[in-house]
Write a protein that binds this ligand. Structure first.
Ligand code: ATR
Length: 274
């Protein structure tokens, strides 16, 4: 018998494309485990106007809240009436909560990144650590903000230098745009936030460097595979996705996520089980 009644609490993920999002798998598994009268769907607005219409539907009380993914994270932040410090720091939001006609922006991406590092590289101490961020696009934004707040000295390396400089200026906190020839010296962590495979050999990083990739298709990206082959500790993007889902669930459904690790389910879904 379906748990879903007329009192169902509906949330979801908004992005375009969104069909391959793993967020519905995670949230619906948790909803099921807790037996909530709730559902987590997926929405793909055609364009920015479509996204704005969805936010209006939320404002009108039709949806409890949404996670937001590319390309709408900056627009989500801009359309909100209020924002958490974390969302404000990165100028983007991956959560919108609709309450009493108000739209609140939050961002759990940074928390997801820190969770992933703690989970897969527990020995890494970010405080005072030189960290290289590859990329200065939407994906890099929340990550750089979270790393800087955690005390890391972030060096941004990007094909378009001006974009790295603009991101560094936006975040402040000692974040700098850096030259690829010198940025890796002494780096304790290198994070890939590019939408392309980095043209970099991790074997040139110093021993002990932690290498993280924010993309997770496949979970072991060519960049992570090369880092592992060079004997370095690696952190994958699937851990970051899982790390942001917990705080998202709390905001969207007003209850803690259950202690169920969605990773095996996600690996099976990606066809990477075992
Ligand atoms: P996302 O939301 O995934 O971050 P984005 O905002 O378009 O997407 O950012 C993509 C990032 O990957 C940028 O840092 C981009 O570099 P530019 O700012 O110079 O465009 C980087 N990128 C994309 N394709 C690249 C390539 N072939 N070589 C190097 N960098 C690339």
């Amino acid at each position: 018998m379906s748990r879903i009644t007329g009192a169902v609490r509906v949330a979801g993920i908004v992005g375009n494309p969104v069909a391959h999002s793993l967020s519905p798998i995670i949230h619906n598994a948790w909803i099921e485990a807790l037996g909530l009268d709730a559902a987590y769907a997926a929405f793909a607005p055609r364009d920015a106007d479509g996204f704005a219409t969805l936010v209006e539907a939320g404002r009108a009380g039709l949806i409890a809240g949404v996670n937001v993914t590319a390309p709408f994270k900056e627009q989500a932040f801009a359309l909100a009436d209020a924002a958490t410090d974390t969302a404000r720091a990165s100028g983007s939001a991956n959560i919108l909560r609709f309450r009493d006609g108000e739209v609140e922006a939050d961002s759990a991406d940074g928390e997801g990144l820190l969770w992933a590092l703690k989970d897969q590289a527990p020995g890494l101490d970010l405080n005072g650590a030189p960290v290289v961020m590859l990329g200065a696009g939407g994906a890099a934004r929340a990550a750089v903000a979270a790393l800087a707040v955690a005390g890391a000295r972030v060096r941004i390396v990007n094909r378009t230098r001006e974009r790295a400089e603009a991101l560094a200026a936006d975040i402040g906190l000692g974040v700098q745009s850096a030259d690829p020839d010198s940025a890796f010296e002494g780096a304790q962590l290198v994070v890939n936030a590019l939408s392309a495979t980095p043209q970099l050999d991790p074997a040139r990083f110093q021993p002990g460097t932690v290498v993280m990739d924010m993309s997770y298709r496949p979970v072991e990206t060519p960049f992570l595979k090369a880092a592992k082959a060079a004997g370095l500790t690696t952190v994958d993007g699937l851990a970051m996705l899982i790390g942001q889902a917990g705080p998202s669930f709390r905001v969207l459904f007003d209850v803690e996520s259950p202690a169920i690790d969605p990773r095996p389910l996600l690996l099976a879904h990606l066809g990477e089980a075992g």
